[in-house]
Each structure stands twice: as C-alpha cells, then as structure tokens.
Write a protein of this length. Structure first.
Length: 353
C-alpha cells in the first residue's frame, strides 16, 4: 500500500507541475495579447451604438498599396500611390443621428461650418441606402454580392489585386460603385502612406485624387476609407472636394470621426453629398449585424433617409443574402446612393445645396 501511495503522489506532483506551467503560459499569453490590443486598438466589439463622440477603431483586411496594380502587373512610378503595405486600421464612429464634434483636440485646421440642415424625406417610405465597403480584395465575395437583387452601392479601394475586376463586375451588373479613397487617421504617423494625408499641398491632394479616380474609371463618386485625421482638416478636404466638383462626382462622408468637416464642406461647395449614419458590421457576427441593422430601421424612419455601411466579409454576405429574400417587405425603400441623391434633390430637401 505504501509503495502504491508514493507512486500516486509522484504522479500527482507531475500533474500539478504541468498544470502550473500551463497556467503560467496562459497568463503570459493573455498579458501579451492585452498589450497588443492597447498598442494597436482592436476592432469595435459591439453593434452600432448611439454615442456621438466615440472614435472607435475597426481593423480592416491587409491591404497592399505596394508594387502591384489591380491587374497584378507592375505599376510605373507615376502610377504608384505613396502608400506602402500596412494593415490599415480604421477609425469608426458608430452613431446614428449624431452632430459633428466641434472640438479640435488634434490640431487640424478647422473651419466653422454649420452642420447643414437635413430635411426629412417626405415619400411614402423612408429611404435606406447600403454601401458595401473595402472592395478590391476578394472577387469571389463580389460575385456573391452581385447576385443579389437588393439595391447596393459598392465602394472599391484603388490599386488592390481585384479593384479593376470588381469595378468591371459592378458595371456589368449595373451596380453603382464608389472609389473608397484611403485617407490618414489620427493614429497614423506617416502621412505619406495615404492618398490624402497631413502636410500635403492642395496640388498634391488633387493629383492623388485624380490618379486614384483614373485607376477606377467609371465610379460615380468617392467615400473615404479611414481618414479620421484627414476628414477633420479643411485644408485637405477643400482641394479634394474641388476635384470631385470639377468631375461632377458624388461624395459620401464615411464619418469615421464626429469632427469631420467633409460633409458640410461638400454641401457648401455644391458637391452632391450624403453622410454615413452608422456601420452595421463592426462585429463580424451575423446576429450582431442583424441587431445593428434592426436599429437602423427606426433611425431611417425618424430621419426619412439613411445611409449605412457594411463590408465585403463572410458574415456580412450571409446577412445580405438573407436580407435579399425579405427586403421588399420591410418598412423602408431600399435605394442606391445615386438614387437617394436624385430622390432628395427632386423634392428640394436633399443633401445637395
């Protein structure tokens, strides 16, 4: 009995030591993950909220603005944007029905724009436009979205592996497409990595915008990719919007920060403009997306028209495929971005000033 008892005790000690090391390893891993999250700031972990001043950050897919063009061929130096390979992190406010933040804590050049009045759309049903962002990476995702009868507007990042092919597909399926233009966020240190960034001259901003538009000829307009710093800086937004006005293009302010001046500046310049009312897929979970979308319906009813943004992601595509089966029975009228602007302008209460 004694020998058996000692043998069991030795085995027990080995088990305890093993458990101890496993717990220690888990603790170290958790600590490292905690530090990494606070250094990089993780994706938003909640569905759309109504907090006006939050500037939450969502993480996008890895995007390569380096050596290759949308078709995979080498670009000439004059075609290559000054953006290197980097995991772009997006600043994403998630509020419906919010006023612009008038603070200028980051030192951007602010202009005292009054937020333009948005009259309520008076049609029989409120208008709802869905933009699908971050196109240019997965053509298979685009092909799935292209089969839907649900009115959608695509937003395609320039210079990506599938950017041009995705735009060709959109044209083939008569889906309006926006240029999803990368802009600098507050957390970005190197402005040269973005098409529109801090310290750029008006001429640089216009040329970079024109080059990106030329790379995706046929888009109906532009919305910003990231850009919490750039869109709050009128010295950057003014020449950018001048380029759009000259080309008679639409602008949608993605509202990645509450202090954005982009929408108000567009209205003042006479650029047909809309602004994002909320991101519905900050959490890549279909149920969370469904909840966020459900929150958008009463917001659309209250305002009369609403733009919401989602992304080319697996959970989002599943949601859109289900929505496609029932959207005609919902108490809103689904429209594309250009249709919304046309309808608003027709009744004289739209976003164009």
């Amino acid at each position: 009995m004694g020998k058996h008892y000692r043998k069991e005790s030795k085995k027990s000690r080995i088990i305890k030591i093993t458990i101890f090391f496993l717990l220690a390893a888990a603790a170290l891993y958790a600590a490292a993950a905690f530090v990494a999250r606070h250094e990089r700031r993780p994706a938003v972990e909640a569905p759309i909220s109504t907090s006006a001043d939050k500037d939450e950050e969502k993480v996008s897919e890895k995007e390569d603005f380096g050596e290759r063009s949308a078709g995979g061929e080498k670009r000439a130096d004059n075609e290559r944007p000054s953006v290197e390979k980097k995991e772009l992190e997006e600043k994403a406010t998630t509020a419906f029905e919010r006023n612009a933040d008038k603070k200028n804590s980051q030192g951007q050049k602010r202009v005292a724009y009054e937020e333009p009045e948005e009259r309520k759309y008076s049609g029989p049903l409120p208008l709802l436009a869905i933009i699908v962002d971050d196109g240019g990476f997965r053509l298979d995702y685009a092909k799935r979205a292209a089969t839907l009868s649900l009115p959608l507007t695509w937003a395609i990042i320039p210079y990506q592996p599938c950017s041009k092919k995705m735009l060709e597909l959109a044209k083939e399926k008569e889906i309006p497409a926006l240029l999803h233009l990368p802009m600098q966020a507050i957390t970005d240190r190197d402005a040269s990595q973005y098409i529109i960034g801090k310290g750029m001259s008006a001429g640089e901003v216009r040329k970079k915008t024109a080059d990106a538009l030329a790379s995706l000829s046929g888009v109906i307009g532009v919305n910003n990719h990231r850009g919490s710093m750039s869109t709050a800086d009128d010295s950057l937004m003014s020449p950018f919007l001048d380029e759009l006005k000259e080309r008679s293009l639409i602008f949608v302010d993605s509202r990645t920060i509450g202090s954005s001046v982009a929408y108000a500046a567009a209205r003042k310049k006479g650029v047909p403009a809309l602004k994002n009312g909320g991101f519905i897929d900050n959490v890549s979970d279909k149920k969370a997306i469904e909840t966020a979308f459900a929150n958008a319906l009463p917001a659309a009813k209250k305002k009369g028209h609403l733009v919401i943004i989602c992304h080319f992601r697996p959970a989002t595509l599943l949601f859109l495929e289900e929505l496609d089966k029932k959207y005609r029975n919902l108490p809103v009228r689904f429209v594309t971005v250009p249709e919304m602007i046309e309808l608003l302008d027709a009744q004289g209460g739209g976003e164009k000033k």
